[in-house]
Design a protein around this ligand. Structure first.
Ligand SMILES: [Zn+2]
Length: 377
């Protein structure tokens, strides 16, 4: 994430970042509690809090207790309205942006439909949104923009987006000049993974895998609070693991990818093949056929997850998709996961099926906050 010139982003020392991150986790706290939690001297914490009070990003709310001896603890908290971040998610059919406060609460959001996928036209739309948000929200600390595809986050470069038909696009070079705020380019699924792990309050010292089923299928590993990108920025792209070498042709040009078995498009086309006009939306029309198709999808996913668990041994695997309400799908995932995993691995890896979809735009806004706290590149 580049930090051009003198922006409104706060210039933070390492300890200042740690104090802000801890205050975000605790919401309300005191100088004494921060000093104990971060193993910093009370004097260091007090100096940092004085700076943050002067910058107007911290509130003092009065004494928490009245001890018989010593100084009372004064409650302090971050001013959520002064530490905003923006996430702009580009999808196939439109652009969804969210302004979030530092506790990931959405302050405002909007959806703008896309009329075509031409690189210049879409980048100009994104540039327009960046300009508008920068002007309208003076408390913004940064903007993260999410894409469907392989994104080199350190360069702000999009290598490949199959759904958009884009290749080698210099996102940062085009968009950074339009705003004084620091920008960050990220893959949508990776951003959603950050948010899913935060919302589930999973142990940030462990590793967790997030799998997202939508029009496509993607995944990301969050290890000790950090995203794993891999050497070519493709780490976690489980949608293109080969499940059936004789299977249908995938958009990536190979056969039998997981995406071709469990994505929304794949399930709908299988349902329609079994009965003309049948889709997930009209699933009540043929429950037996739907059960068979979902069982097959769940079986494929369970097998892939068992391999994944063996490779990376995550504490949790979070599955975020429209099939989380389907009992046949969930049972088949568990059955094949347990049947194909070493018992030690399956006993230590918990599967979670999210009841509500994660909004990647909130994940993108969170990425800005985590970057500011030095937890993300
Ligand atoms: Zn593929």
């Amino acid at each position: 994430m580049k930090e051009p010139g003198k922006g409104p982003a706060l210039l933070r020392s390492h300890n200042q970042r740690r104090v802000i991150a801890e205050m975000r986790r605790r919401k309300a706290t005191s100088r004494q509690d921060l000093s104990a939690a971060l193993s910093l001297s009370k004097n260091t914490v007090s100096l940092i809090i004085d700076d943050l009070l002067a910058l107007g990003v911290v509130d003092e709310r009065g004494p928490l207790n009245k001890p018989l001896v010593g100084r009372p603890k004064i409650e302090i908290s971050l001013r959520a309205d002064k530490l905003l971040s923006a996430g702009i998610m580009l999808e196939r059919d439109g652009i969804h942006w969210s302004i979030c406060d530092c506790f990931s609460v959405v302050v405002e959001e909007a959806f703008i439909p896309l009329h075509n996928h031409q690189v210049e036209s879409v980048l100009e739309q994104l540039a327009d949104i960046c300009r508008t948000l920068t002007k309208a929200w003076p408390a913004l600390q940064g903007i993260a923009i999410g894409f469907l595809g392989i994104v080199d986050t350190s360069r702000g470069w999009l290598h490949l987006s199959i759904p958009l038909g884009w290749q080698d696009v210099d996102l940062m070079g085009y968009l950074q000049p339009v705003t004084r705020l620091p920008l960050m380019m990220l893959n949508n699924v990776k951003a959603a993974a950050l948010f899913a792990v935060q919302q589930a309050q999973l142990d940030h010292t462990s590793s967790h895998f997030y799998l997202r089923i939508a029009e496509g299928v993607g995944g990301a590993l969050v290890q000790q609070g950090r995203l794993m990108y891999g050497d070519s920025w493709t780490a976690g792209e489980v949608g293109h693991l080969t499940v059936d070498p004789e299977g249908d042709m995938c958009l990536c040009g190979r056969r039998g990818c997981l995406e071709g078995l469990i994505s929304v498009a794949a399930v709908n086309s299988r349902l329609a093949l079994r009965q003309a006009g049948l889709s997930w939306e009209s699933r009540h029309l043929a429950p037996d056929i739907v059960a068979e198709v979902m069982q097959l999808a769940g079986d494929s996913l369970g097998k892939v997850l068992s391999q994944l668990a063996l490779l990376i041994d995550p504490a949790n695997i979070i599955i975020d998709g429209p099939w989380s309400e389907d009992t046949h799908f969930i049972k088949a995932v568990y059955d094949s996961f347990n049947a194909c995993s070493l018992p030690l691995v399956s006993q230590h890896t918990a599967l979670h099926f999210l009841p509500e979809r994660v909004a990647p735009a909130q994940g993108l806004a969170l990425a800005v906050t985590l970057h500011d706290e030095a937890l993300l590149i």
